[in-house]
Unconditional design. Structure first.
Lengths: 485, 97
């Protein structure tokens, strides 16, 4: 076993300096996973043989200046991302035994960049949920307090990174599912501009809202992964032709004169005092660095939740029609007619939350309710987009909390879906507007649980988000705190 | 919200609710509907709906056929296969059923 740095940057430097080989690194990582993942339960599938083979290849290519961007760097992928011939379950009974015949575009890109897949990590079933308790298999536990949730739906990703099992993990963010888990576990979570990263090979939940993105320990690491995974893709027609290269370009640049808006609707009574304090601390730090921080109003954002649950459920009801027990996935053994194949397989294969959302979506799209529900929600979406546009006429970025509280105890909310839904109030407007956003560590609450704040940017202004978040990172020591396992 | 609405949605969604599940489900469902209906108070007169994540529309490629040598892999994922077909139960109900 070898001692190794925990960040992507640290690992790249260590490999280049010859401190260790990728094979030694990967072996040490699996030994560490053996030691701690019994408690955290982030992983659903481990891919040790392939990882060691990829490590051997990385060592052969070497770590000179022309080496691929992430050569030798290990990572985990959320289990709703297709990995060829490797179990990809979406944490659902429906896909319990499913092995895709292809890699998602992002996985292809990461492999081409030399990154090494260590395994697949847990999520709420089909990415629907905020605690990873909706996983068909088992929950995942927050490394900071094993009785609490690591967030969701990318809870496996956040737990694997915050417990330092892997330096980065892929997550998906449809209504906050990268940012909230990052905030709950004290790490960085990055949601790109809609269309910046290909969704090809990601099991679709809400196609107009979701993006794939990295969870990392530092802001710079997130920028590196974004360089590897972003860009247009002929297999995903919603990807943007304008590509961002060198996401970290503005790291270290002064934020003097930068105009930061804090929407008062995001700082209302819904957030805890500890989070309010953390926000105040960040505002003071940015002001000290020369930024101008002002309160703004975005009157329509509080209805983001209502619009989000209608739109995302409607899209989900359509996207999940493909799981019909015919061509792949779970087929109920007692089904005797085709109709029974559909209904029995789906009723048995999908968990409660997934069925709830399919029902809500179907209801909202039915002819009697379409105008009042789906179309109304789509108009509300336009109003929210307009709120953001108005703010961005005078400001560069928006600062807000990511969550209304720190990580709650497992079993605390999963019984009440409505309470669970309300907790997304600070994250969903970003998805409705297709904007980039980053959750970053901002301290700890009275119980020692992590708090994460959020920066939201203009479309394709990822570089400014990274610049500002990095500025906060270097002006405190939160990134040095590790959970004890 | 009427029970018929829920049953109709279940039929469209190809989901099955036994009497007991249905009652429990209706309760939660009604609360979700109530939450969502709050937005009815907002005036959206004259506002165009947004249905997509961005403005990218109608992306074209050349109409050239491409071979897929791996179609056999796709059959590996099917529960019951015969030659190059996926086998399913009877599509139409007969007198015997």
């Amino acid at each position: 076993m070898v001692k190794y740095p925990k960040t992507i940057k640290g690992i790249k430097d260590g490999l280049a300096a010859g401190d260790f080989t990728a094979v030694e690194l990967v072996e040490s990582i699996y030994a560490y996973i053996d030691a701690v993942d019994g408690k955290v339960k982030a992983f659903l599938t481990l891919t040790k043989e392939q990882a060691l083979e990829a490590a051997r290849q990385a060592d052969e290519i070497g770590y000179g200046p022309d080496a691929p961007l992430l050569n030798g760097v290990p990572f985990a992928a959320k289990d709703n991302v297709m990995t060829k011939d490797i179990l990809t379950t979406c944490a659902s009974k429906m896909l319990e035994d499913f092995k895709p015949t292809y890699d998602a575009t992002v996985v292809k890109k990461l492999r081409a960049a030399g990154a090494i897949l260590i395994g697949k990590v847990n999520l709420d079933e089909f990415a629907m949920g905020g605690s990873t308790e909706n996983s068909y298999f088992h929950p995942t536990y927050n490394p900071w307090d094993l009785e609490r949730t690591p967030g969701g739906s990318s809870g496996g990703s956040s737990a694997a990174v915050s417990s330092r099992q892997v330096p980065f993990a892929l997550g998906t963010d449809t209504g906050g599912s990268i940012r909230q888990p990052a905030a709950f576990t004290g790490i960085v979570g990055f949601k790109p501009t809609y269309g910046a990263v290909s969704r090809y090979g990601v099991a679709a939940f809400a196609s107009s809202l979701e993006q794939l993105g990295p969870l990392t320990l530092t802001v710079e690491d997130a920028a590196i992964v974004m360089d590897a995974i972003s860009g247009p893709d002929e297999y995903d027609m919603t990807t943007l032709q304008e590509e961002i290269t060198n996401h970290g370009e503005k790291i270290g640049q002064s934020i003097e004169g930068m105009r930061i808006a804090v929407p008062k609707e995001f700082v209302s009574d819904v957030i805890t005092d500890d989070i309010r304090k953390a926000l105040q601390e960040a505002i003071e730090s940015f002001e000290e660095q020369g930024a101008i921080v002002e309160e703004v109003s975005m009157p329509n954002v509080t209805y983001g939740i209502n619009a989000y649950y209608i739109i995302s459920s409607a899209e989900a009801s359509s996207n999940l029609q493909r799981y019909d027990g015919i061509r792949y996935g779970y087929r109920h053994p007692d089904a005797k007619t085709n109709e029974e194949v559909y209904t029995m397989s789906r009723s048995e294969g999908f968990g409660e939350e997934v069925q709830r959302r399919i029902m809500l979506g179907t209801y909202a799209l039915s002819s009697e309710h379409y105008d009042l529900f789906y179309e109304k929600a789509a108009r509300l979406r336009t109003l929210i987009i307009q709120d953001f546009k108005r703010v961005y006429e005078d400001y560069d970025v928006i600062l807000s909390p990511t969550t209304t509280s720190s990580a709650y105890k497992l079993g605390g909310r999963v019984e009440d879906p409505v309470e669970m839904y309300m907790a997304d109030i600070l994250t969903v407007p970003v998805n409705l507007a297709g904007l980039p956003a980053i959750a970053f560590p901002a301290g700890f609450d009275k119980l020692g649980l992590p708090i994460g704040l959020q920066l939201i940017g203009k479309p394709l202004d990822e570089k400014t988000l990274i610049q500002v978040a990095h500025n906060y990172e270097v002006n405190n020591d939160y990134v040095l705190h590790e959970p004890e396992l | 919200m009427e029970r018929e609405d829920v049953l109709k949605a279940a039929e469209l969604a190809k989901l099955d609710y036994s009497k007991s599940d249905l009652r429990e489900f209706e309760g939660v469902f009604q609360r979700i509907i109530n939450l969502v209906e709050e937005f009815q108070k907002i005036d959206t007169e004259g506002i165009k709906p947004t249905f997509h994540g961005n403005n990218v529309m109608n992306v074209y490629r050349e109409d050239v056929a491409v071979e897929n040598p791996n179609y056999q892999d796709l059959l590996d994922n099917a529960p019951t296969v015969q030659d190059t077909f996926i086998q399913v139960p009877a599509i139409m109900e007969t007198e015997e059923d």
